[in-house]
Structure formats: C-alpha cells, structure tokens
Design a protein around this ligand. Sequence first.
Ligand SMILES: Nc1ncnc2c1ncn2[C@@H]1O[C@H](COP(=O)(O)OP(=O)(O)OP(=O)(O)O)[C@@H](O)[C@H]1O
Ligand SMILES: [Mg+2]
Length: 355
Amino acid sequence: MSDAPRTTMETGVAATDLAAATSRTVQAGTPILRAESVSKWFPVDEGLFRRAHKQVRAVDGVSLDVFPGETVGLVGESGCGKSTFGRTILRLVDPTYGRLFFEGEEITQLGQRELRPLRRKMQIVFQDPYSSLNPRMTVKQIVGEALQIHGLAKNARDEEAQVAELLRRCGMRAEAMTRYPHEFSGGQRQRIGIARALAVDPRFIVCDEPISALDVSIQAQIVNLLQELQEERKLAYLFISHDLKVVEYLSHRVAVMYLGRIVETASAKSLFERRHHPYTRALMSAVPVPDPKKRTLRVLLEGDVPSPIDPPSACTFHPRCPRFEKGTCDVETPELRELTPGSGHQVACHFPEDA
Ligand SMILES: Nc1ncnc2c1ncn2[C@@H]1O[C@H](COP(=O)(O)OP(=O)(O)OP(=O)(O)O)[C@@H](O)[C@H]1O
Ligand SMILES: [Mg+2]
C-alpha cells in the first residue's frame, strides 16, 4: 500500500465530515447504475410452500441510483436481501420485476452475449476471499484469467506485467504470482480478489461484505485500499456490510433494507445524524454479536425477522415496531418519501421519528 499521507480509518477523522466533503460532488450526471422497482423472487422448492407455489420475496421493489465515484452503503439484518440485490443489479441473477440501467442504457433484457462487454465494467468482490478464489489456480492465473477473457493482454509477457502491476497496486509483491490462494492470509486473499476485480478496469463494484471475514486489524487496510482505488479510478461501489461504523466511514449515501425493501435512505451524514425509521434506529442501537457460522458480527433486534415467503401485510416491519398503529401500519404500505423536501433523506414509515 502507498505510504503517502492521507485520511485513513486509523486517523479517526469523523466519517460524517468525510462523507459531507464529497457527497455534494458525486451525485452528478447519469447514474452508473439505476435500479427501478427491482424485485427478485425465488420459487420455493420445498414442502408445503412449494405446493402452494409460494415465492421468497428476497428483493421486493427496490429503486436505487449509484453515481460514478460514489459509494452507496447497503445495510440490514441477515436475510433481508442485500446479496440478492447486489447479484441482481449485476445481472448475475435475473430480476423478476423492474428495470435496470447501466450508464444510462437499459440492461434488464440483455442476454449473456450482450452482457459480456458490460461484465468488464461491473465486478463483484465477495465476503470470503477463499471460497471465491479457485484453489487450483495460481494467483497469476486467477488475476490473468480476467485479462484473457476480455482480451486485455497483448501477449503472455504483457499479461504478466499487468498482473504484477495490479498486485502491486493492491499491496502484494509480484512473487505472489506463482503461489496458490491457500498460501495467503485472509487479508492477502482479499487483496488478490480485489486485484482480480480490478484487472478489467471496472467502473462499478459490488462489495458484498468484503471485510466481514477478516481480522479487525486487517479490515481498515482493506477499507483504505478500496477508498484509494475509488479516488484513483472514480470507481462506484455498492458496499454491503453489517458494520455500520465502516458503512458510515466509507459511504456517501446509505440505504437501509428490511425484508427486501428499502425503508430509509439518505446521505451518510444525514442518516447517522438523524434516523427516522424505527427499524434504522433499532439497527443502529443493536449490539452486534458474533455469528460463528459466518465469522461475522450479526445485529440482533427484538423478535425474529419474519419470513420473506409470507411477509407481514403493508409495512412489513409492523409486528416488531414500537410505533405500530393498528389499522394503518398493517393496512397501508408506506411509500418511501422525503420528510423535508429537497433533503434527499427518504423514509418509508407512517409515523417516522423526529419528523
Ligand atoms: N437462490 C435462492 N433461492 C431461494 N431463496 C433464496 C436464494 N438466495 C437467497 N434466498 C433467500 O432470499 C432472502 C435474502 O437472502 P440474501 O442472501 O440476499 O440476504 P442478505 O441480506 O445478503 O443476508 P446476509 O446478511 O446473511 O448475507 C433470504 O430469505 C434467502 O434465504
Ligand atoms: Mg449476503
């Protein structure tokens, strides 16, 4: 990593200052990614629900723009549809409803062949850099593969030089090229995963909990690397994370998801200053607990998340909500709307707090 002095996580600069400094400039022009009322429902293939032809409403009518150079944080409890949304907007799975646009062009209906040139521009970095890197390939093959698929290297020597440079930029030595993923630590593997994503010179990267599986001491390094790369390349990120501190630090804007829907969205500064949705409040005040299965921290709220197969009526948060009012919250679905016109801070709640 570069030794140049810069604002890093460790310096303790208030994240909100950072977001405020940049948020005004990043939301300009055409969004790199636009999701319009996107839903992803999966058919249930087990038990009673299958016979009833039920669907898992993993993502249910999400609209979101991401602008060039912008980081949009996506937060919410486990199972609320964050990863499914990330995969759907990259067209790794097909949306059930809604429309997707990339750099202003509609991509909802594009076939795999037509999507190929776009695959270069949109990449994904996963949580577990071990299972997402082929254990039988050397680092050179892993990073070089992307260059080959898209014909980005003139010859073998050029490919090697490009891989070495990508690794260097991601804080790895060129010697890493001949080694295999298992020979590296989690943090180094994530650097390799980032180098692979970067190989095709993307414009937009979905980062799906890229630091959740890493030791806390390593997390800041990876966050800082992502931030440096964003500045250098004007990259846009959808940053999915359970870690609200990191989301606040890294994001220009944040969207809070509950049971497949966005319940609140605002600039990071605005959202962390005042949360209007009772769910956002609960999420932010909940104490994260270790989740041994995923080696990550999980946020626990009162009560269980209802099943996305049979979600509660109207506002799906109503059974867990301290502000629930019978006859309204269970009957009328709240629209995402600005409380203060022009603020960009939107909330989907009939009785928002602090209104
Ligand atoms: N391929 C699939 N088939 C059926 N259901 C699925 C599929 N993928 C995801 N789901 C369901 O969709 C819902 C959303 O899952 P998703 O993985 O997107 O949540 P998440 O917010 O990323 O959770 P986590 O924080 O645990 O990663 C869950 O109920 C999940 O079980
Ligand atoms: Mg996920």
